[in-house]
Design a protein. Structure first.
Length: 177
């Protein structure tokens, strides 16, 4: 068996985001692989840029602002998004945003519940902070319940479910200011 050394070769250019959670900071590191070609040799260089963003963790979620453009909410496993939890989340939105509005990605891949009071609070206060919300979930039960709820109630801001972060980001692009 041949032994492989050095980085695995990929063609072209790519960006890889690494998330490292350290205490209450999350560090976003972007790596770009650049292929340099000269007459006699080809070199691969990995370049990295770090940006630190504060992460605020509650009993139900982790919340941070990515590049001053996307408000992230990662729901924690077993969380109950009730009135108290939603009030706390929106208080944190206010800390990050002030009076500015932005787009939101909710990572709801963890098993969680949301009460009627939590939904009502979110619907009432979302227009104060959000331009659009994309929810990432791979759970069929969450998708079915959310789609059913959406048919009965209008959202106060544009709202869609996605299976992947890439789909969510693509959908949010027109809303980013």
């Amino acid at each position: 068996m041949a032994k492989t050394t050095g980085p695995i070769a990929f063609q072209g250019f790519f960006v890889l985001y690494c998330f490292l959670l350290l205490e209450n900071k999350i560090i976003f590191t972007s790596f770009a692989k650049i292929q340099l070609k000269t007459q006699n040799e080809s070199k691969t260089i990995l370049t990295g840029v770090k940006k630190e963003t504060s992460v605020i963790k509650t009993d139900s979620a982790e919340i941070w602002l990515e590049n001053k453009q996307i408000l992230w909410v990662r729901i924690l496993e077993g969380a109950e998004m009730d009135l108290k939890a939603m009030e706390k989340c929106f208080s944190i939105y206010s800390q990050f945003l002030g009076k500015k509005k932005t787009v939101q990605i909710i990572d709801a891949r963890a098993v969680c519940t949301m009460t009627t009071e939590g939904k009502q609070y979110s619907a009432l206060h979302s227009p104060d902070y959000l331009l659009a919300t994309a929810v990432i979930t791979d759970q069929l039960s969450v998708r079915l319940l959310t789609n059913f709820y959406n048919k009965l109630h209008n959202h106060s801001v544009p709202f869609e479910l996605f299976k992947t972060e890439e789909e969510a980001r693509a959908w949010l692009k027109p809303y980013i200011r």
